[in-house]
Write a protein that binds this ligand. Sequence first.
Ligand code: ADP
Ligand code: MG
Length: 232
Amino acid sequence: MTTTAQTTTRTGLALRGVTLTYPDGESRLTALDDVTLEVAPGEFTAVAGPSGSGKSSLLAVAATLQRPDRGQVLIDGLDAGALGDRERTALRRERLGIVFQQSNLLASLTAVEQLLVLESVRGGRPSAARSRAEELLASVGLDGAKQRRRPHQLSGGERQRVNIARALFGRPSVLLVDEPTSALDHERGAQIVGLLAEITRSHGTATVMVTHDRDLLGRVDRVLEMHDGRLA
Ligand code: ADP
Ligand code: MG
């Protein structure tokens, strides 16, 4: 089911004049205020800002999970707001990799099965996808034995590696990562950011990582500051 033509050139992510509000009693709270952002393929951009500044909202809009009040979201030049629900779902599946702040691994599945289940959702045969899943997990640093463990048998950093491998499984153009280091100590956090930098190069993803941890920004190409929904 390819409704958004896989042949479209990869141009990464663009947000243009994006404003997002949430209901707030009698009025509205402005979570994103006229945000414009472009991230090219192979570019690793960090968005840093305090809690409540709008970082997760920015990713939700970029992920096409939240529709903005105003402005455009373009994924590989495709205007998400102009698509119907089914096309937008296909766009997300074919072009976006998302690592959410809350890990949402399935407790009963092994690491490799967390990826294979995606192949079932896509209508493919899990058996054909197994070697690719194993390669991806190895590339994020999980060896064969760990690939057969369930989430509770892995450390926080290892679970985050599974999340990242899973986000890469659909060969995304755009990789969106929310606070990947918040549950990790400094050393493991730095390893995860280093891994994301390598992935951005080797997979050519337009990568956006949001974080409130400024100590971990040595390996990113660009740091943007978010304050009260505005991007500086
Ligand atoms: P961050 O990720 O930087 O902590 P968020 O994007 O989660 O910031 O939140 C930005 C602002 O929007 C905050 O004031 C938050 O309380 C508010 N907010 C976030 N999600 C919702 C929601 N679903 N409904 C109402 N307000 C929300
Ligand atoms: Mg957040």
